[in-house]
Design a protein around this ligand. Structure first.
Ligand SMILES: [Zn+2]
Length: 380
């Protein structure tokens, strides 16, 4: 492999365009193991989540960051980890990621993550905020009635806009992508709001899963003109994966196209090739394979390669989708660099690509596509 290529790709300062904050306090071992899987169920008795691609990758790559040998066991990793305060782990792992700009989804922290202002003090790079539409609606719902909910939401969204670089929707989790593509009418929204507020008042915390209200959120998000991130593909078992194939969004994607609002399909696995088609076909569709890279570990180069099939190179972005343990923020960057280097080096060696083009495309995916889409270069 060309060392020039590997060195140049290692040196790219990345923009992590979809990520969450880090743990506020150190987890215990059982807790940590629950944080390195997308399942919310415990591992079967007698097994460990370390016996997985992400577990192996943590031992191999994060262990080295803590001064361990590459063949350190899970127990050795854990013992070493517990010798550091969480803030030091954040410093080592986030500081070692080569990321100088984090676009943080502030929509869900489970009461466990550092607030954004504290994260800003702990990391060297810049921190931008991505606003989650469902969370904002749930926040305004407490003071709303069926006839004010829509207006209250739009007011809150307008007020929040100057402080954020993009929006996020988890309609994939709350309903699925097989929703009616059109913007719902005012009377449909009022009726849905009445039903939802009455149910939520009776059954506890607000959790929007009404398809009419979810469509209202999407369309109001589109109207802002800010890039709109959509969770797509796999995640925790709260979703039904067969309803999270981004191809199910095709009619909605066509309906959004005239607005020019950019749609950022996140994760996408195992539908990343379908997402690649959508990015190929529609000028306003982009994708990443964040989350997937961490969870496929040593196999992640294959996924990165597949993400580089149909999608134009200007439509692919880097993200880690790390949430919680700072290992994941580091690992996303480390595995992405290894994967993209392996894939591009092969094409250079085969005489298909020049080294110059390989470096240029990796820089687009790792950084400059995000700068352009989110307008980040303008406000340096
Ligand atoms: Zn995420």
């Amino acid at each position: 492999m060309s060392t020039e290529l590997a060195e140049r790709l290692d040196a790219i300062q990345l923009i992590d365009h979809h990520v969450h904050s880090v743990l506020a306090t150190s987890p215990d071992r059982a807790d940590f193991e629950q944080l390195i899987t997308e399942s919310d169920r415990p591992a079967p008795a007698g097994t460990t989540q370390f016996d997985s691609q992400v577990g192996f990758a943590i031992r191999r790559h994060c262990g080295a960051r803590l001064g361990l040998d590459p063949d350190a066991t899970a127990d050795e990793y854990w013992t070493r980890r517990t010798s550091f305060p969480e803030a030091e782990l954040v410093r080592r792992f986030l500081g070692g990621a080569g990321v100088d700009h984090w676009l943080v989804d502030s929509g869900w922290d489970g009461g466990r993550l550092l607030p954004l202002d504290q994260l800003r003090n702990q990391v060297t790079g810049r921190v931008g905020e991505i606003l989650r539409l469902e969370t904002l609606l749930e926040t305004v719902a407490a003071g709303a009635t069926a006839s004010t909910l829509h207006r209250d939401f739009v007011t809150a969204l307008t007020e929040a806009q100057p402080g954020v670089v993009g929006l996020k929707s988890i309609v994939a989790y709350r309903y699925g992508f097989d929703f009616e593509p059109d913007c719902p009418s005012e009377s449909e929204i009022r009726q849905a709001a009445g039903r939802w507020l009455a149910t939520a008042a009776a059954s506890g915390p607000f959790r929007v899963d009404d398809p009419v209200l979810l469509r209202m959120l999407l369309w109001e998000g589109v109207r802002t003109g800010l890039p709109l991130q959509l969770h797509a593909g796999y995640g925790d078992p709260d979703l039904e994966l067969h309803r999270c194939d981004p191809l199910l969004l095709t009619r909605w994607i066509k309906a959004v196209e005239p607005t020019g609002t950019k749609l950022m399909l996140l994760h996408c696995y195992p539908f990343h090739r379908n997402a690649g088609f959508l990015a190929h076909a529609f000028p306003h569709v982009y994708l990443d394979v964040g989350l997937t890279v961490n969870y496929t570990g040593a196999a992640s180069a294959a996924v990165i390669r597949e993400s580089l099939e149909l999608a134009p190179f200007a439509k692919i972005l880097y993200s880690s989708d790390a949430w919680g343990p700072p290992e994941l923020h580091f690992l996303g960057a480390r595995l992405w660099r290894r994967g993209i280097t392996a894939v591009l080096a092969e094409w250079v060696a085969a005489g298909e690509w020049s080294t110059t083009d390989a470096i240029r495309v990796a820089t687009m995916i790792g950084r400059s596509n995000a700068e352009r889409v989110y307008g980040l270069a303008d406000d340096e």
